[in-house]
Design a protein around this ligand. Structure first.
Ligand code: CDP
Ligand code: MG
Length: 721
């Protein structure tokens, strides 16, 4: 694709790529050109399957369009082979085009979801008959499974953004594919704007934007009329059923529907959309139980499979297993029942689904800049999502979709899901953009610009954290913070932790906060699990409890029974350990010292708590004694300690890691702090002018008093001098 190459050759290899590749496959039926090894048994079988995918019929047309354009938009129904095939087509073309064989050209394909990046890259490695991590790899936060051999890399959109920090022109890539563009995640939206600039500076780089059929014209408008290619789907008709009345309990209704389908419908697998891990595990248990209690009724065997992002990879693979066969020939059909988050909506295609059950909800991020609260909330999906979900039923044959809501409710749904940029706190994104050298964030070319208030909030928070100066320029501290693949608050606490003489411990806490919950609480042993957790409990709060768990893990990790006896998740802890090592390497690279306060010192835990507050001072809540609830300071949200907390009392002041909105407003993972620390560590945030003037909470009275005392002490000490 380089101009140099073109000049040397009269005819671009793109023109013959299809024939060449076909020929390559024909002549090298024994040897895999990617790694020089003989093809395995499965290769040709998969190849035949691949050739039936809709995108294969347009391979030639696609490569031609890619050759002629720098940017290309490709839309096609889910399951048409975009994610697995297009990167391989591109790769073959790049490989044949490249004039410098010694130089590795990479093709990068972004995925909004970590799990999709892992799962799809594994599939593609299998299709290319290479080992994962070699020619085909993936990269997600804290897990890079790629090598110098890698020519095709699936990576989360967030990771590509991080790569841009060290490689602003993304020079290791020849073609970048932004997949699942319709999801409009924050990182993908930022990449849109960024790549538009990079393309101007790199005429040899190409961009393919791939999307399910939603909003394709919008992309076209944004990419100044880049050609749009459509892959016709091969959807079978799907009958849609609505409920007559709204369902009061959608989980119960979903389970009831699964049972009905299994007992009365012809063969075909079932896909149920629920909102999160807990709900999904609960549903799996209940469904399995229902079918266990059928008595003498002839019921076909079922395989109930959960699907959510924190599932271990081996479990994720289970969704691709076939349904169990009937017990007796001609007996009732066996069925696979997949209970999934909206990851199965477009990112992963499960073959064999004929029935879809859609309760109409998903966990969605929401952000209110006025009170600076970002939370995940179970909320109604959009019409576009509902249609994507029902489409999953008609992939292989005519299907049925059971919407557990009324037709009127469907008509009232929003047409499209709002882009994440309109529903997120942008502090993290802005730090990244600043680091990328984009100074004018207000005029950055966003496809949908964020609300001005959100924008101001993000700049303000970065300023309070010391990452931006008053002019909005990245400070030295901000530079260092941006090196960590963490939220700015966490990055800040890590960066300042050596000053508090506890960077070793803060590293461990950060690692523990960056992995899925390590506490296991099986339904049948909740009491024992709670008791086990309490043994790790630290009187001053959850962060220190996590630190205790990590320390205990380091002492006992060789003993397999330790995990079982203490109700902790081996995988989560192992991954925390790995994350810790990676963060420690970044610390070392930045010359941040790894130090600890003597464990026997009175200050051991105090220093850790102070260092954490230095990052999280904007997330402080005060116990309002007379009212019997916590109030977040400055934003005045009435909140409660999340039931998972391990405190045995209600400390007057706490800082929290997370705001959780369910039936109530909760703060989760909290640690007790002292009021003096607040004014010492964050006087610029908690100064007198900075409080809402009409505010009259106990918290503010206390802080104002402390602040005045502090000012007075300062004056006195000056006059003494
Ligand atoms: O991206 P798009 O939704 O267009 O399709 P895809 O993800 O490329 O999937 C195409 C086909 O590959 C699916 O229909 C599956 O049959 C197969 N596939 C698979 O078997 N295992 C995977 N992990 C991913 C895809
Ligand atoms: Mg896809």
């Amino acid at each position: 694709m380089g101009t140099e190459c073109k000049r040397k050759r009269k005819v671009s290899l793109f023109d013959v790529v299809d024939e060449r590749v076909t020929a390559k496959v024909k002549t090298s039926t024994i040897i895999n050109p990617w790694n020089g090894r003989p093809y395995s048994q499965g290769f040709h079988e998969i190849l035949e399957k691949r050739k039936t995918l809709p995108v294969w019929h347009q391979k030639h047309e696609f490569l031609k369009a890619l050759k002629e354009n720098q940017t290309l938009i490709l839309v096609g129904d889910t399951g048409s082979g975009k994610t697995t095939q297009i990167p391989q087509f591109v790769l073959e073309a790049v490989e044949l085009e490249s004039c410098d064989r010694t130089k590795k050209y990479m093709v990068g394909c972004t995925q909004p979801r970590r799990m999709a990046a892992m799962s799809v890259s594994r599939r593609v490695a299998e299709e290319m008959d290479v080992a994962i991590g070699e020619e085909v790899g993936y990269s997600i936060r804290f897990e890079d499974v790629s090598s110098t051999k890698t020519v095709l890399k699936y990576l989360t959109d967030g990771m590509l953004l991080r790569e841009a920090m060290t490689d602003p022109l993304l020079e290791r890539y020849k073609v970048i594919i932004l997949d699942e563009a319709h999801e409009r995640t924050l990182a993908t939206d930022v990449l849109f704007g960024l790549l538009k600039e990079v393309l101007k500076n790199r005429s040899d780089l190409k961009l393919v934007v791939m999307s399910a059929t939603l909003e394709a014209e919008k992309f076209q408008g944004y990419f100044s009329g880049a050609p749009l290619m459509e892959v016709p789907g091969r959807l079978h008709p799907v009958d849609i059923f609505y409920t007559q009345e709204p369902e009061r309990d959608y989980l119960e209704a979903a389970i009831r529907t699964v049972v009905q389908i299994h007992l009365s419908e012809p063969p075909g697998d079932i896909l149920v959309f629920l909102t999160g891990e807990e709900e999904i595990e609960d549903a799996c248990r209940k469904i399995t139980k229902e079918f266990g209690n059928m008595g003498d009724r002839p019921v076909g065997p079922v395989k109930v499979i959960p699907l959510y992002s924190t599932l271990p990879p081996a479990m994720q693979q289970k969704i691709f297993e076939p349904a169990p066969p009937p017990v007796t020939e001609g007996g009732p059909p066996g069925r696979k029942i997949v209970i999934s988050t909206n990851i199965a909506e477009t990112s992963l295609t499960i073959d064999g689904i004929v029935y879809v059950i859609d309760p109409g909800f998903a966990k969605q991020k929401l952000y209110n800049p006025r009170v600076r609260v970002e939370s995940l909330l179970v909320s109604p999906i959009s019409k576009a999502s509902a249609n994507q979900r029902s489409g999953r039923a008609g992939r292989t044959q005519p299907g049925k979709c059971f919407r557990l809501y009324t037709e009127t409710s469907y008509n009232d749904l929003e047409p499209q899901t709002r882009p994440e940029i309109e529903r997120s706190n942008l502090t993290n994104t802005f730090l990244t953009l600043k680091k990328l050298g984009i100074d004018d964030l207000v005029h950055f070319d966003f496809m949908d610009p964020p609300a001005p208030e959100t924008l101001m909030r993000a700049l303000e928070e970065l300023n309070y954290l010391g990452a931006l100066d008053d002019e909005g320029n990245l400070t030295k501290l901000g530079e260092i913070m941006s090196e960590f693949p963490l939220d700015p608050q966490m990055a800040k606490m890590l960066v300042v932790s050596p000053e508090f003489n506890c960077s070793n411990e803060i590293l461990s806490v950060s690692a523990m906060l960056s992995v899925p919950n390590c506490f296991v609480r099986p339904r049948e042993a909740q009491k024992a699990a709670d008791e086990a957790k309490a043994r790790f409990g630290h009187i001053d709060g959850d962060h220190l409890t996590l630190l205790n768990v990590y320390h205990a893990y380091k002492q006992n990790n060789e003993d397999p029974s330790w995990y079982y006896d203490n109700f902790v998740n081996h995988r989560a802890l192992k991954s925390a350990d790995n994350v810790r090592q990676q963060l420690a390497r970044i610390m070392a690279r930045l010359n941040l010292k790894l130090v600890s306060t003597d464990f026997n010192s009175r200050d051991y835990y105090i220093n850790i708590r102070k260092a954490m507050l230095a990052g999280y001072f904007m997330q402080v809540a005060h116990w309002e004694r007379t009212k019997g609830h916590y109030l977040t300071v400055k934003d005045n949200q009435v909140v409660h300690l999340h039931p998972s907390n391990c405190l045995d009392h209600k400390p007057e002041w706490v800082f929290y890691n997370e705001f959780v909105l369910t039936t109530r407003k909760f703060i989760r993972t909290v640690t007790c702090i002292r009021s003096e620390w607040i004014v010492d560590i964050a006087p610029h945030y908690y100064d007198l002018e900075n409080f809402p003037s009409c505010e009259d909470s106990e918290a503010i009275r206390v802080l104002k008093k402390l602040y005045r005392k502090r000012e007075k002490d300062k004056v006195e000490s000056k006059s003494r001098r």
